[in-house]
Design a binder for this molecule. Structure first.
Ligand SMILES: Nc1ncnc2c1ncn2[C@@H]1O[C@H](COP(=O)(O)OP(=O)(O)OP(=O)(O)O)[C@@H](O)[C@H]1O
Ligand SMILES: [Mg+2]
Length: 390
């Protein structure tokens, strides 16, 4: 095998949950057809960084300056993730071909022609000594796509099977599904992918507001509540859930204001009693579970792989399992761990893989998933040394 047949890439992801930067070190062989996870680490965000990122989700005075400061701080947090991953796997910076870094989404408005992920990529390259592939979404948006989801192509490479249709459901802040029809791994023509709606984001926001802690560990608070069926029905009537894919969403759409609008509508209808805060949490958990189960029902896969932080919310997973089993009794469900990938590492690994696609000049998007008019090579490269290591 020539040296260029085996290369190391690092993927970095921080999503809508604004919890941490996840870093994964991947070994890619045969141009990314074979992958091996060598290290995966998570660097938690400080409360101050999290609050700044949350403040940037909506326009405010001084946001330009704050964006620049957050982009710089993210570079330092990401660099910590890179260093920890390299050290854990026993490598040095020179061994790594490139980093694929998602950055932090603060606006996602593909319909208006833009999506914005903050990251000072020049600083990340300078601090780590490794070239950085970044801004992976805008090329797809410029080509008329949603700029999301970008992970289905990677899911197809890793989780597809010749004999059966499979789905990968990532329950991050937003939940998304990749549908991988029976096909040889790597074949992507029939692959579908889209955001099903809120994953953990509403659960986290409502829990933090009422319980103080950033998330409902194990889903214990939700499990002690009762889903309010009228409220659930009103939430499920949201236009997003009825729009056909390709589609993507974010905290712009699903946030506490959205929850409060639904609660106020109930308050205005005098006949209905206001649900307790805990029952609202149970309702939001059911909302995430139902929208995931409906997406699975439509795809009718033989097997579903679950990943993302939501897999650690036992209440949510119990609801998802109950609803999918009711709709698809034959369908087997497990986390991606059973396929050898840590559930918290899948998204970051996808960005390592996308970095390899960029370096090799290969397309990273799937137009069927994003709605773009064609395949595009995604991302810009911050490479202050002017050459890439092979
Ligand atoms: N032990 C746990 N119990 C309940 N929920 C958990 C637990 N651990 C993680 N979570 C949930 O997972 C979330 C983090 O998930 P994850 O990092 O996959 O989301 P994300 O950062 O939005 O990522 P992405 O956008 O890439 O999908 C937390 O905010 C929390 O809601
Ligand atoms: Mg996260």
């Amino acid at each position: 095998m020539s040296p260029s047949d085996s290369r190391l890439f690092i993927g970095l992801m921080s999503g809508t949950s604004v919890d941490a930067a996840d870093a994964v070190l991947l070994r890619l062989q045969a141009s990314g057809q074979r992958i091996e996870t060598l290290a995966c680490v998570s660097v938690p965000f400080s409360n101050a960084l999290r609050q700044s990122i949350q403040a940037l989700q909506a326009p405010s005075p001084g946001e330009l300056e704050l964006s620049a400061r957050v982009a710089l701080e993210l570079a330092h947090v990401y660099a910590k993730g890179v260093q920890q991953a390299i050290t854990r796997a026993g490598f040095i910076a020179r061994d790594i071909t490139a980093i694929g870094a998602h950055g932090q989404t603060v606006r996602h408005r593909p319909g208006e022609g833009f999506t914005l992920q903050l990251l000072n990529a020049a600083q990340l390259a300078e601090t780590t000594g490794i070239a950085v592939v970044y801004d992976l979404r805008p090329a797809d948006v410029a080509a008329g796509g949603q700029g999301a989801p970008l992970v289905p192509a990677f899911h197809a490479h890793v989780f597809a099977d010749k004999a059966e249709c499979r789905a990968v459901v990532n329950i991050g802040g937003i939940a998304n599904i990749s549908v991988l029809p029976a096909a040889s791994p790597g074949s992507t023509e029939q692959v579908l992918g889209y955001d099903t709606g809120p994953g953990n984001t509403l659960l986290d926001q409502w829990h933090e507001r009422h319980q103080g802690e950033r998330f409902d560990a194990g889903g214990i608070w939700a499990a002690g509540g009762t889903a309010n069926q009228d409220l659930l029905a009103a939430m499920l009537a949201d236009e997003y859930f009825h729009r056909p894919p390709p589609k993507s969403t974010g905290r712009d759409n699903f946030n506490l204001e959205w929850v409060n609008r639904h609660l106020q509508a109930r308050a205005a209808a005098r006949s209905s009693r206001m649900p307790r805060a805990r029952d609202v949490q149970a309702t939001l958990s059911e909302l995430t579970a139902i929208t995931i189960a409906l997406a699975c029902e439509q795809a009718a896969p033989a097997r579903v792989f679950l990943c993302g932080g939501g897999v650690y919310n036992a209440d949510l997973i119990q609801r998802v399992t109950r609803l999918i089993t009711r709709r698809l009794p034959q369908c087997r469900m497990a986390t991606t761990e059973t396929a050898g990938v840590n559930p918290m590492a899948v998204e970051a690994a996808a960005f390592a893989w996308l970095a390899a696609r960029r370096v090799d000049g290969l397309p990273g998007n799937l137009p069927a998933a994003t709605g773009a008019t064609g395949s595009r090579v995604l991302g810009s490269i911050a490479n202050p040394w002017g050459r890439l290591r092979s």
